[in-house]
Write a protein of this length. Structure first.
Length: 162
């Protein structure tokens, strides 16, 4: 029985490998609803897998402490604690805040093979992940600023007191 279950799970994974995330993700909104809700730039990047020009995004040199959320659905994606300057021109992180909120998809567009990252909740395009980041993970999550919304860490009573 274990062998049959293992074969079933393995076959299911193979069949879904490289499949469009639209059929896998929680995508309850129609394309028209996304167009109405997002700005034109957000729609082009988040829903049509576009890319903002390097060195232009509002979070590229952002240094405040807090968390970065999906601009489309609000799920927590990254922490300022893992953000670093990769020199790539886009906000870069060496780890996700919670890996279950990010889905990795093989991307064969533009004549190269990369790993695209999408919000696991709404299926929005975030950017790509590369194996050239710093320790401890060695990974670089290269993310479009347009795909993110920043939330500053709230100060707690007693913070900064000696």
């Amino acid at each position: 029985m274990k062998i049959i279950l293992t074969l079933f799970l393995f076959t299911s994974a193979l069949l879904n490998f490289g499949q469009s995330t639209d059929s896998i993700m929680n995508k309850e909104k129609s394309d028209q609803e996304w167009q109405n809700e997002l700005s034109q730039e957000q729609y082009q990047i988040l829903r049509q897998c576009g890319t903002e020009p390097a060195f232009t995004g509002k979070y590229y040199k952002h240094k405040k402490e807090g968390s970065y959320h999906c601009a489309a659905c609000g799920k927590v994606l990254f922490s300022s604690e893992t953000k670093y300057d990769s020199g790539s021109g886009w906000p870069s992180f060496y780890a996700a805040a919670d890996k279950k909120n990010i889905t990795e998809i093989i991307d064969k567009s533009h004549g190269i093979i990369r790993t695209e990252i999408k919000c696991a909740h709404c299926g929005s395009h975030l950017g790509h992940i590369f194996p050239d980041g710093p320790k401890p993970s060695g990974m670089r999550y290269c993310v479009n600023s347009v795909s993110l919304e920043f939330k500053k860490t709230e100060s707690k009573p007693g913070d900064n007191q000696e």
